[in-house]
Design a protein around this ligand. Structure first.
Ligand code: SF4
Ligand code: SF4
Length: 142
């Protein structure tokens, strides 16, 4: 059974994806491709497509509920790395649940991860060591 995120992508169509401008590849090697971002305010950029309605990140290649892939996975913003799939690490994720429900998909449960435990098969699309470290950032005004 594949990782649930590979047939989902819902969270990339629900939230504004904002982050400090220092994460851009204009300032950080291996950072977020600047061409896929727009300025949000003096301190922040956001992924194109996530500051308008309907939300759909420009980097998302997906048919929600069927297949999904982040085309800049190893260079995605820090905020994207921080969204866990529900129960992948033993706890629910409000963002994951909300996003899936918005697309008529049931929230994940512990049962959605048993295949991994049973097969010792971790084809998680998340960090695999190839992602660049998140740059150390100065505080951002709220
Ligand atoms: S984190 Fe949750 S909402 Fe996002 S792609 Fe994975 S399963 Fe879907
Ligand atoms: S950058 Fe990738 S992970 Fe982040 S919202 Fe866009 S498609 Fe999703």
């Amino acid at each position: 059974m594949p990782h649930p995120c590979l047939s989902c992508g819902a969270c990339c169509t629900q939230f504004r994806v904002a982050f400090h401008w220092m994460e851009s590849d204009e300032f950080s090697e291996g950072g977020v491709p600047a061409a896929l971002t727009e300025r949000l305010d003096a301190h922040r950029l956001c992924m194109r497509g996530t500051y308008s309605t309907p939300v759909h990140c420009v980097a998302l290649d997906a048919r929600i509920g069927e297949y999904s892939r982040c085309t800049i996975h190893s260079n995605r913003p820090s905020v994207c790395r921080q969204v866990d799939a529900s129960w992948e690490y033993g706890a629910p994720s409000a963002q994951c649940d909300k996003a899936r429900l918005a697309h008529g998909l049931a929230p994940l449960t512990l049962a959605d991860w048993r295949w991994r435990d049973a097969a010792d098969n971790d084809d998680c699309p998340d960090d695999n060591g190839s992602s660049p470290p998140t740059p150390r950032l100065p505080p951002v005004a709220a």
